[in-house]
Structure formats: structure tokens, C-alpha cells
Design a binder for this molecule. Structure first.
Ligand code: C2O
Length: 768
């Protein structure tokens, strides 16, 4: 376990307050309905700024045992690190006099949440010592109570290792031995046949109600539990996760299990709840099922629904989950703001964990799809836990559907009681009330879907998934689908969505990206040789996220190729049944080093002092002079059946912020032809999303802050021009037509008003 202190700088108080201010205001607006965590975060923000200087949790191990809340009252005295200089510092403490209902540990004392005398997990752990690496515990102020998540670390003499800092709290403490957000271990399917009889809550009135049952005669292949019996999916005798758990009772608070009709089979997802005598806690309700049951010990994948199909109850779960995440302070990895900041942020990272976790979004390389899939996957798990709805799955916004071009209605104003709508500075107001719609051109993905290659050589964005380059390439050209429609939709929505350093703060981000993720599946499903990247860098590069417990987790590309089998979710229009046998692996390529694409220029090099081309709200034209032998090169290269492409590349694209417009780009558009994305002269859209590094990442891996690049495959237009004898062999003209990407309900384009203007360095035409 290494701590790199060089990464760490103390954030001035003002900045930290600025960082949490947005969420504070928000909390004030929504009222104090979820009072416990609101209270905690309010106190935290006022009282614990000093703690930030010792917040060093970035090296927590990925796999941790479940942890439990511990309340301590300062002052506590922490020893020197053992061993020096970076071992844990240990803080000895005295247990508060225990017994259910004991409210407050005294100074130098700690108490476990449910504080039953001799509570098993923590009290019996041998030794009243907290281990942490930074003396965090020593900074609990005298007379204050702080809450932590801890587990016994057997590798360090059973000291209590901190997994979470919950915050400054005050009595009365919750007697619920749970950490926010709820800890959900993996759960497994259990089939039961009714009738089952549920007991009263234990202890009354609010303990779980327990349903005792009998294991069905097990043995692989046994199909059906008898009445009052249950069987675990793979049903070998004593199958490990569930059957060895001691005790045949299901715990739930709802008496749900009680309702399984006599003679019917019911399937639920369960895990053993160590805090309630190992009863089986229900995490998901699958519903009535019938034999033959799957012998696969996995629950059916969650189904990500189209947002247009959500029930009122599903919308309520979504709002509740987002709200609960927003209520958490940014110091939690499971808070909405922390999650958004993983993508990109202007917030100052206050801890090494934040420094390493924030500003990680992958754009401009073939990691775009896999990184965002992982990001959404963990966000969805956190959201599900936060919502308290075990069946919640992240919806997608299918803007391809002409009837879904407006921002989905649950995301409209007003804000009251609606965590999905946040007032977004800079977003056209018609978006907020559904009167402005995304235009046809904004959502079009036909170019990307024609591509059959997932990746392309470094320097070329002419593939579905992007160029083969190491992570964090912002200056390179984006892949086809990333450019269009991904970037273009970001640009058309603008406001927070228009800037990668704020985009994920807008709740619609997650549904936009679910649709992008879905389109990845749709692209593969077209066949024709379409498959994911197969080289080891794409397959094995590790990215770090946080699960619903706030624990750091790593993932690689090869772990996210099959969403149903590997991540437990599918889209509602994915093929209905996940394949029972693993899909055969496509042939793997070994390491491919990023290799620069070879291009033969057919335009003249532009003089070093050429003025930049500024884009504003007017249509503009740029002439690109061709070299003398351009015609000759084209003639020999563009033979029928050629696999070569003519590429127009715009380089050194600069912009100070989202300009509130994107540009339709045309090649040799005749002056008397009105521009239309349907015309044969249209080559694509130029949008300004994630073409440059994060503002807040002064990291050497990011590379120089040169401007962005955008590639257009113009082979078809050039061939057409040549065929129709319209090709001008001395120059081509590139036309930029500004558009907001939005139309009104009559499908009339909204007027463009660009604020911050973008400008272009060079435009080159070449053969690839
Ligand atoms: Cu990483 Cu749509 O952005």
C-alpha cells in the first residue's frame, strides 16, 4: 500500500466550500425530507474542513469485507504509524457502555451502531484499536461525534480498518447497523413454492419478518421445490453461497414472501444478511416462474428500459435515487457530484482519492465506448442502492425515435420534487419544457453504422469506435459515433451537457449515454464483421470506478463486452435471451502499438502564418488549395474497388466554451444550392465537445494543449464531383453552416446566437 503525497495539496477552504455549495443550495431547495443524511452533510460541511487535509483513502483495497458504522467521540489519541513511516497509525479506544439504546459514547469512546451488548462483528473482534494511515481518527474534535465505516483487518492484528468516513453526526444515532448507501453483496436466485408462512417482525415492531422454509431435496437437476420449500438455482447439495449460510429463513420487512400463492413458484434474489442471523435478505423480486428453472446461478439481467416506457413508479424510483445521491456530500464516492466529477469537473480535488478519480472520461480514442460503459454500470449500481428499488435499471433516451426528440418529460421543469431537472445555465429554455426538439441531423448515426471497423490507426477517426491510442487522448480525432451523434447531441443540448467538465452533472447525461451504450450493441448486431477491438491494450487496460459501497473497483475492456453475461444488464431491445453458452471469443490480436495512419496530402501545406478561420452565426466558406498533382494522385488512387479514403481533416480546433452551435460541413456546395444535410455535398457535423483536455488536469499524461481534430470521410462526395465533372482541380471549398441542432414543434430551426466563438487552424485534404 503506497501513498503518494506528492499528489496531494491542501485545498483552500473557500474552494472547498465553493465545491459543495451547489449541492447545499440544492438540498435547501428540496427541503429536509430525507433528514438523516441531510443533517449529516450539513454538519459535515460546517464542521470538518480540517479533515480534508488528512483525507487519504485513495489506496483502499478493491475487495473489502462488509463494513459497519462506528461512532466515536473525540478526543482520541493516535499513535505513530506502525511500522514507520507509512504503517497504520493506531488509535486505541474504549467501548461505550453498550446495550441497545445507549446513545452516546463518551470522550475517547466508540460505539457500534446497534450497540447491543457484545454485538458480534465489531465488539468481538479482539482489540479496541482503529487502524488508519493518516491519523484521521486523531482529528475527531473534542466533544464531537464522527461516524466511520470499519471492518476488522485480520492482516493488521484485527484493528478496525476504516472504509468510509460518514461525517460528523450527533445523537440520536441510528440504531440501524447499515452504512449509507446500503451495502448490497451479490445476490443469488432462490425459487420457492407457496405457501410459505411469514412470522411477525423480529424484534417487533420493525425487525425483519422471518419466513422459515425447508430446503428442497437438492442435487443438480432437481427441478421443483415442494410446497413450503425453496431451492437455490444451481441446486447441487450444499451449493456454496446460499445453502451453507446456516439457517433456512428469509428475512424481509414486507411479508412479500408470505404472498407466494400455494402451488406456485416464486423467484427472488437473496443474500445472507450477517447482521440478522444470516437470514436471506431479498434484493430483487423476479416474480412467478415455472419449471424448468435455469440451472445457472445468476439472476436474469436487469433490463434497461426506454425512458418513454417508464411507469410512474419507475420515474419515482429514479428521482428518489438521484436525489439520495445528490444529498450525499461530495466526499462520498457514491455521491452524485463525485460521480459526475469522475467524468470531468472544475471542482478542485480536495483529496488524493479525488485527484486520482476525477477527470477520467475517455474521449478521442477507442476507449470511448468501454470506459463509458463501465462508468454507467457502476453509476447504475449506486443509483439502484440509493433508490431503494432493487429492480431499478438505468433508462435510455432513444432520441433516434422521431417521437422522442424532446428532452424526456420527467426531466422537464419544474424543479420542485424533481431531482431530474436542474436549472441549467446556458441551455435553450425550450429544452426545459420540451418545446425544442433535437433535429434529424443532430441524432443521425448512419455514417457511424456504415463503418465496419471498430478501431482505426492513430490519427484517424474513421471507424466506429475511434483511433487506437493510449487513454486520455483528447486532441486526436473522435471515432464516428462519438463525433456523430454523441458529440452533436451534447452540443445541441448545451448548458452543462455542452462541456465534458460539467456534462455528467446534468441527470440527462446518464440517459444519453445509456443510448450511446445501446447503440454499441445495435452496431455489433448488424453483423458484417463488426466486432469489438481485439488487441490486448483495449482488452486489458484497467480503469477504476467505485461501487455502491464506495469501494474502488477496477475493470477492463474484456469484462464489458457482453453486457448481459458480464454486467447483468441488457437493453429492452437487445435479443431477449442471453446466450446460455458463452459466445465464442473472436480471434485476439496481440499487442498493437499505436501506429500513425499514413496520409498523402493532396492539399497544399498552409503557410505557417495563415489566419485562423473564425466560426460565428453566419455561413462561412474556406478555400483549400490543392497541390498540382492532386488530380493525378486521385486518379491513380480512386480506382473502382479501392479501399482508400479521401479525408478532410480540420486541425487545431480552438474554442473557449460551448459556442451554442455546431456546424454542418459541406464540400464544394454550389452557391445556389441551399445547404441541407440530405444533400450530396454534406460531409458531417462539427461539434465542440471534448476536443481538448480537461481544464483541471495538469497531468503529464494529457499531453500538450493543442487544438482538437475532426476527420470527415469525403470519398463519396469527391467521387460524385469527379463523376459529374464538377471537380475543381485547383481547390475545394468547405462551407460551414451554423445550427443549434434544435427545431421547434413545426420542425423550424431555432435561430443561432453564438456566444464564445470557435476557430479553426488548418484544413487538409488527403488520401488515407
Ligand atoms: Cu464522456 Cu458524452 O461524454
Amino acid at each position: 500500500m503506497g501513498l503518494d503525497l506528492r499528489l496531494f495539496s491542501v485545498t483552500p477552504k473557500a474552494q472547498f466550500e465553493g465545491q459543495s455549495l451547489g449541492a447545499e443550495n440544492f438540498a435547501d431547495k428540496v427541503g429536509r425530507s430525507t433528514s438523516r443524511w441531510m443533517t449529516v452533510r450539513g454538519r459535515h460541511s460546517r464542521g470538518c474542513l480540517g479533515l480534508i487535509a488528512v483525507w487519504l483513502f485513495c489506496h483502499l483495497a478493491a475487495a473489502q469485507p462488509p463494513s459497519y458504522p462506528l461512532y466515536c467521540q473525540g478526543p482520541l489519541t493516535t499513535s505513530a504509524p506502525t511500522p514507520l513511516p507509512i504503517g497504520p497509525t493506531t488509535t486505541p479506544f474504549v467501548w461505550a457502555s453498550t446495550g441497545a439504546g445507549a446513545q452516546a459514547p463518551g470522550p475517547g469512546q466508540c460505539a457500534w451502531a446497534d450497540r447491543a451488548a457484545g454485538g458480534p462483528e465489531l465488539v468481538n473482534g479482539n482489540g479496541n484499536v482503529i487502524c488508519d494511515n493518516v491519523g484521521l481518527i486523531a482529528s475527531v474534535p473534542a466533544g464531537q461525534y464522527w461516524e466511520f465505516g470499519v471492518y476488522r483487518d485480520q492482516a493488521s492484528n484485527n484493528c478496525m480498518r476504516i472504509t468510509q468516513y460518514v461525517g460528523a453526526v450527533g445523537p440520536p444515532f441510528s440504531a440501524t447497523p447499515a452504512l449509507p448507501p446500503s451495502h448490497t453483496p451479490p445476490s443469488y436466485p432462490l425459487y420457492c413454492m407457496g405457501p410459505l408462512t411469514t412470522g411477525p417482525p423480529t424484534p417487533p415492531p420493525s425487525g425483519p419478518s422471518l419466513t422459515p422454509y425447508v430446503w428442497s431435496a437438492t442435487g443438480a437437476g432437481a427441478q421443483s421445490p415442494g410446497a413450503g420449500q425453496c431451492a437455490w438455482a444451481d441446486r447441487p447439495a450444499g451449493g456454496i453461497e446460499i445453502q451453507n449460510g446456516n439457517g433456512n429463513s428469509i428475512c424481509d420487512w414486507s411479508g412479500l414472501i408470505n404472498g407466494v400463492p400455494a402451488g406456485q413458484y416464486f423467484e427472488v434474489g437473496v443474500y445472507r444478511d450477517a447482521l440478522h442471523n444470516n437470514c436471506m435478505r431479498v434484493t430483487r423480486v423476479i416474480g412467478v416462474v415455472s419449471p424448468p428453472f435455469s440451472a445457472v446461478p445468476a439472476l436474469p439481467p436487469y433490463v434497461r428500459p426506454s425512458v418513454a416506457t417508464l411507469s410512474a413508479q419507475q420515474i419515482a424510483s429514479l428521482r428518489r435515487g438521484i436525489q439520495a445521491m445528490m444529498n450525499l456530500d461530495t466526499v462520498y464516492a457514491t455521491s452524485f457530484r463525485f460521480q459526475a466529477n469522475i467524468h470531468g469537473t472544475y471542482d478542485s480535488a480536495a483529496s488524493p482519492r479525488e485527484v486520482s478519480a476525477w477527470n477520467q472520461c475517455e474521449h478521442g480514442s477507442y476507449f470511448f465506448f468501454s470506459w463509458h460503459r463501465m462508468y454507467l454500470y457502476f453509476f447504475e449500481r449506486i443509483l439502484r442502492a440509493a433508490s431503494g428499488d432493487p429492480n431499478l435499471a438505468l433508462p435510455y433516451w432513444n432520441w433516434s425515435d422521431p417521437n422522442q426528440r424532446a428532452l424526456p418529460q420527467p426531466f422537464w421543469m419544474p424543479q420542485t420534487g424533481n431531482s431530474l431537472y436542474i436549472p441549467v445555465p446556458g441551455r435553450p429554455s425550450g429544452v426545459d419544457d420540451g418545446t425544442s426538439l433535437l433535429s434529424d441531423g443532430t441524432v443521425d448515426f448512419s455514417t457511424a453504422f456504415m463503418a465496419t471497423d471498430f478501431d482505426s490507426l492513430t490519427g484517424s477517426g474513421l471507424s466506429f469506435g475511434g483511433q487506437i491510442a493510449s487513454p486520455m487522448q483528447f486532441n486526436g480525432p473522435h471515432g464516428e459515433l462519438e463525433s456523430q451523434p454523441h458529440d452533436v447531441v451534447h452540443g445541441a443540448l448545451s448548458g452543462l451537457m455542452g462541456d465534458p467538465d460539467t456534462a455528467a452533472e446534468d441527470p440527462i447525461f446518464w440517459l444519453h449515454h445509456a443510448n450511446i451504450d445501446r447503440l454499441w450493441n445495435r452496431w455489433i448486431a448488424q453483423g458484417g464483421g463488426r466486432q469489438d477491438a481485439t488487441d490486448s491494450a483495449w482488452l486489458n487496460t484497467t480503469f477504476t470506478f467505485f461501487d455502491e459501497n464506495g469501494s474502488a473497483v477496477n475493470m477492463t475492456g474484456q469484462q464489458v463486452e457482453d453486457t448481459a453475461a458480464q454486467l447483468g444488464y441488457r437493453y429492452d431491445d437487445d435479443p431477449p435471451d442471453p446466450p446460455q453458452e458463452p459466445t465464442p471469443m473472436p480471434p485476439r490480436r496481440a499487442e498493437v502499438q499505436p501506429v500513425q495512419v499514413k496520409r498523402t496530402a493532396i492539399s497544399r501545406p498552409s503557410p505557417g502564418n495563415a489566419p485562423r478561420h473564425v466560426l460565428d452565426e453566419l455561413v462561412s466558406h474556406v478555400s483549400v488549395p490543392l497541390s498540382d498533382n492532386a488530380l493525378e494522385i486521385l486518379n491513380s488512387a480512386l480506382q473502382p474497388g479501392t479501399s482508400r479514403h479521401v479525408v478532410l481533416q480540420i486541425s487545431d480546433i480552438q474554442y473557449a466554451g460551448s459556442p451554442g452551435a455546431y456546424y454542418e460541413v459541406y464540400l464544394d456546395l454550389p452557391r445556389d444550392t441551399p445547404p441541407s444535410p440530405k444533400s450530396p455535398y454534406f460531409i458531417g457535423n462539427l461539434s465542440f465537445f471534448a476536443l481538448r483536455p480537461h481544464r483541471m488536469t495538469p497531468s503529464p499524461s494529457v499531453g500538450p494543449r493543442e487544438g482538437g481534430k475532426r476527420d470527415f470521410d469525403v470519398t463519396k462526395v469527391v467521387s460524385m464531383l469527379r463523376r459529374e465533372h464538377k471537380w475543381n482541380s485547383s481547390q475545394v471549398t468547405v462551407t460551414f453552416v451554423p445550427t443549434t441542432g434544435l427545431v421547434d414543434k413545426q420542425r423550424r430551426p431555432l435561430p443561432v446566437a453564438t456566444g464564445k466563438k470557435a476557430s479553426l487552424g488548418t484544413i487538409t485534404l488527403s488520401l488515407e
